[in-house]
Design a protein around this ligand. Structure first.
Ligand code: NAD
Ligand code: UFG
Length: 336
């Protein structure tokens, strides 16, 4: 069975390609390399012994994207390709709307034209907006997002819902990721952000190797036990396995399905700092700063539905993720 993986050289996509290959699938990657490197393809081969087929193409370029569908017989698609930086999206909204929406519409047109009926979409916990309660359930309302990036996820979920209503053959899984962290245990694949990281874990690992001076903790006055923000951090290898389980589910022809992919457990910023120190033995100095605009106090998932219907649950801990992220950062101090 051959799976098209858009954005397959990125952080979550590359890990998912490894899991697909380990489970006997063939993977075909399409990526424009706007936020990843072609060297990832060789690293996937080093880990799995199999070199996935790679096309450098932009999913917004219909003609270039169609070439892939002409050459490869595709059974299902996992659609990771997209721009994902919340802050950048506020400054470049048109780039975010056009990249994320046009790529998805092109993909859906091509899937229809070439008779491909299964798609897994990378959505986000951001579609729940400011949580009215935790944990969050798939049945909680999807809110209008506070930034253009999040809005693209809300819109694409809607597009896929409508596409499934109109086409009874189409199966779509909306996977709402919570906070993916960690790296492949080999240290060959991991998160490789450009410039100063926005997200907590890559910031901590860069402090750990001395690239950044200290962590800035955004706020310690939230209504949480230690006052710092709580998130549901999921190891990227667990997340990747969730995609393999979802592909199997789609083959049972379920139409539209929605799953939270998280751990069901919240960790505060200061708990994460402690966990990192415990897992690596490296001290992380920090200062307490004001809250970051747009951040919520607490956000974690209920993941019972994924366990019940996919037989999937997260197995790795925050300590595992800290160890693997640090290993990757040490081996790749300047990224891949
Ligand atoms: P990433 O940036 O590492 O990977 C995305 C990949 O898509 C990159 O390799 C990039 O080059 C490629 N890409 C972007 N636009 C493209 C286009 N038009 N055509 C072809 N390739 C294109 O990001 P990631 O963390 O692996 O995230 C993957 C998906 O998961 C994204 O859709 C993201 O929004 C979503 N997501 C990520 C997180 C997270 O915290 N990492 C959380 C929730 C959802
Ligand atoms: N934080 C710090 N210092 C930093 C970075 C982060 O204190 O340098 C804190 C944040 O305030 C927050 C927590 O660490 O409390 C996690 O922040 P991240 O930036 O790592 O993650 P977010 O939860 O803000 O955002 C992530 C993804 C988004 C996605 C969202 C959905 O980056 O793309 O989860 O839940 F939309």
């Amino acid at each position: 069975m051959r799976i098209l993986v858009t954005g397959g050289t990125g952080f979550i996509g590359s890990e998912t390609v490894v899991e697909l290959i380990k489970n006997g699938y063939e993977a075909v990657i399409v990526d424009n390399l706007s936020n990843s490197k072609e060297a990832v393809v060789d690293r996937i081969e080093t880990i799995t012994g199999v070199k996935p087929v790679f096309y450098q193409a932009d999913c917004c370029d219909y003609a270039a994207f169609e070439e892939v569908f002409k050459k490869e017989k595709i059974d299902a698609v996992i659609h990771f390709a997209g721009l994902k930086a919340v802050g950048e999206s506020v400054h470049k909204p048109v780039e975010y709307y056009s990249n994320n929406l046009i790529s998805t519409c092109n993909l859906l047109k091509l899937m229809k034209k070439y008779g491909v009926h299964n798609i897994v979409f990378s959505s986000s916990a951001t579609v729940y907006g400011v949580p009215k309660h935790v944990p969050l359930y798939e049945t909680d309302p999807v809110e209008s997002a506070t930034n253009p990036y999040g809005e693209t996820k809300v819109m694409i979920e809607r597009i896929l819902e409508d596409a499934c209503k109109a086409d009874k053959e189409l199966n779509a899984a909306l996977l709402r990721y919570f906070n993916p962290i960690g790296a492949h245990p080999s240290g060959l694949l991991g998160e490789d952000p450009n410039g100063i990281p926005n997200n907590l874990m890559p910031y901590i690992t860069q402090v750990a190797i001395g690239k950044l001076d200290h962590l800035r903790v955004y706020g310690d006055t939230y209504p949480t036990p230690d006052g710092t923000g709580i998130r549901d951090y999921i190891h990227v290898v667990d997340l990747a396995k969730g995609h393999v389980a979802t592909i199997k589910k789609l083959l049972s022809n379920p139409g539209l399905v929605v799953y939270n992919l998280g751990t069901g457990k919240g960790t505060s910023v200061l708990e994460m700092v402690k966990a990192f120190e415990e897992a690596t033995g490296v001290h992380i100095p920090y200062t307490i700063e004001g809250i970051r605009a747009g951040d919520v106090a607490e956000n974690y998932a209920n993941c019972d539905k994924a366990y019940k219907e996919l037989g999937w649950k997260a197995e790795l801990t925050v300590l595992d993720a800290c160890r693997d992220a640090y290993n990757f950062q040490k081996k790749n101090p300047n990224g891949i």
